[in-house]
Write a protein that binds this ligand. Structure first.
Ligand code: SF4
Ligand code: FES
Length: 206
């Protein structure tokens, strides 16, 4: 199958996603809920791209390529929507994400330093009952990566996505905290978390 990425034609295997096509072509767009170790989830919409003939922007991580597709990573609507999404995410955090986090890097790549508006922010809520993992709930952006890491990578099923909208978050076990859940302390959740909401205790103390 042949597709064009920003005008460059490339040959791809069937089943390739648009995001894989971009990377194969040396192009890219920011991602937030995507981790290449996990099945694509398509939740954050930060990876939007333009596709010729499509009625609107499409998420690169979950959209399969089709023969003759023309993909535009510079599509103005896609970049504007992705930027607004990241600003909205930042506006709900009580503090700016640490510079080394994936969220901070994505924001920088979109030219976002401060959100243009401020509304309700998440209340500081730390769960430090686990001997190795710390959970700073107020930094959670509900990307779901930790839940998928726990399910797909470790098969521990210790984490659950909870709530909706502004109240969306993650809980361990029956909200009893990591220590009392089926967590096996593998650290896969902390490793994938793009905001440092979940960290290994040793890192939090640094
Ligand atoms: S704790 Fe981290 S990885 Fe899990 S949903 Fe929240 S931001 Fe995403
Ligand atoms: S990275 Fe594609 S929707 Fe989140």
């Amino acid at each position: 199958m042949r597709v064009a990425v920003d005008g460059t034609s490339i040959e791809l295997a069937d089943g390739t996603t648009v995001l894989q096509a971009l990377r194969a072509a040396g192009a890219d767009v920011p991602t937030l809920c995507f981790d290449e170790r996990q099945e694509p989830f398509g939740a954050c919409r930060v990876c939007l791209v333009g596709v010729a003939g499509a009625p609107g922007p499409l998420p690169a991580c979950t959209t399969p390529c089709r023969e003759g597709m023309a993909i535009d990573t510079h599509d103005e609507t896609s970049r504007r929507v992705a930027t607004a999404i990241v600003e909205l995410v930042l506006s709900e955090l009580p503090v700016a994400p640490a510079p080394h986090t994936e969220l901070a890097r994505v924001a920088a790549s979109l030219g976002v330093s401060e959100p243009r508006w401020r509304g309700m922010t998440h209340a500081v809520d730390h769960d430090q009952r686990h001997p190795y993992l710390a959970f700073q709930r107020e930094l959670c952006i509900s990307c779901g990566r930790c839940v998928r890491a726990c399910d797909e990578t470790q098969g521990a099923f210790a984490l659950t996505a909870t709530g909706r909208g502004f109240d969306a978050n993650v809980t361990a076990g029956l909200d009893a905290g990591f220590r009392d859940s089926s967590c096996v302390s593998c650290g896969a959740c902390a490793d994938t978390c793009p905001t440092d909401a979940i960290t290994e205790n040793t890192l939090l103390e640094l």
